[in-house]
Write a protein that binds this ligand. Structure first.
Ligand code: UDP
Ligand code: MG
Length: 331
């Protein structure tokens, strides 16, 4: 396809799938996705794949898929930037009337797309697929996920629906709103809740990954959880202030108690234990809260640097994914 090609008249669904070391599953994923997309009546489609700096043959696989299909647009990041950044890069370059983001390991079944599209055609701006149960995940992952969602929902200003991960169809408006958010530490499922618009949910049962293994190491999960907490709430910072007041108040009350005993009973024995306990308590609380402040400060520092969030080492030559919008190399 060339850049001079006119935009098709039928509404266009553009899928965005990040891929990191998915060589064993990507061809299967593409086949199933294409079968579903071609069956959608009165809709055209494009597919954007973002290779997140894979070290296996994922990029070669994607390029050979794109060579035989002009609707496929392959982008490749200069290194592994992580799922949320790869997905954001895909959202930046994707153009269409509806933008559908999904994982490329078949845990987000393409067969759910017709129902999501139907809801979008009814006028919803955000159609989130909500996972019911997570059979493929380990007990530890299920428990930590449950604990995380209940924790973040206690703190966050916007509700973050458990199970509504990054399998989501966005209208043009919702897509533009999401792309207008410049932050570096991205927790997309929270951002999707934050933008508002008309939203609906479609339940689905997530199968285990079709092949390969999860790229979300416990470290990456922990980082995502931190991004969620520190990007979506200032409660920990406020908590620091309140807890500091409580601890200081307790210290003052203890001092009054000691003075009273000294004045009225005169039985004060110099208490090494209570002294050391107080010191440790205060020291601990202060260190924890200095750490919390540090987390926010580090994020402010990262944002003020204003670095691009990612670089492409390969961008789709075919320009139909971006034909009706100005092209950007990075955000
Ligand atoms: N992914 C990515 N970069 C990463 C890790 C994951 O692009 O650093 C992609 C991966 O290829 C998949 C999706 O993000 O399409 C979700 O990752 P994964 O299936 O490993 O996570 P899980 O489903 O186990 O949480
Ligand atoms: Mg997965």
């Amino acid at each position: 396809m060339t850049g001079s090609q006119k935009r098709p008249d039928r509404p266009v669904i553009c899928t965005v799938a990040p891929c990191y070391n998915e060589e064993v599953v990507i061809a299967r994923f593409h086949d199933r996705l294409r079968t579903v997309l071609t069956s959608l009546p009165d809709l055209d489609y494009r597919m954007v794949y973002v290779d997140d700096g894979s070290s296996d043959r994922t990029l070669e696989e994607l390029n050979s898929i794109a060579a035989g299909d002009a609707r496929v647009h392959v982008y490749s990041l200069s290194r592994n930037f992580g799922h949320q950044t790869a997905l954001s890069a895909g959202l930046d370059v994707a153009r269409g009337d509806g933008i559908l983001m999904m994982d490329s390991d078949l845990q987000h079944p393409p067969e759910l797309i017709p129902e999501m599209v139907a809801r979008w055609q009814q006028g919803f701006d955000v159609v989130s697929a909500v996972r019911q149960g997570n059979d493929g995940d380990s007990l530890a992952k299920r428990l930590s996920s449950r604990a995380f969602y209940s924790f973040i929902n206690q703190l966050s200003d916007v509700p973050i629906v458990p199970g509504a991960a990054d399998f989501c169809l966005l209208s043009r408006h919702a897509h533009q709103a999401l792309c207008a958010m410049p932050e570096r530490h991205r927790f997309l499922r929270g951002m999707v809740s934050w933008i508002g618009f008309r939203r609906t949910f479609v339940p689905f049962h997530a199968p285990a990954r079709a092949a390969g293994h999860s790229k979300y190491t416990p470290r990456k999960q922990f980082r995502l959880a931190l991004d969620a907490v520190f990007s979506f709430t200032a409660v920990p910072m406020k908590l620091a202030f309140r807890s500091g007041l409580v601890v200081a108040g307790l210290g003052l009350a203890f001092l009054v108690y000691i003075l009273a005993r000294f004045l009225f009973l005169g039985d004060l024995v110099p208490g090494w234990a209570s002294l050391i306990c107080t010191l440790l308590l205060l020291g601990g609380v202060q260190t924890v809260f200095i750490g919390l402040l540090g987390e926010y400060l580090a994020r402010v520092f990262e944002e003020t640097k204003g670095r691009p969030r990612y670089f492409f080492k390969q961008a789709s030559e075919s320009s139909s994914a971006t034909a009706d919008w100005p092209r950007r190399q990075s955000a």
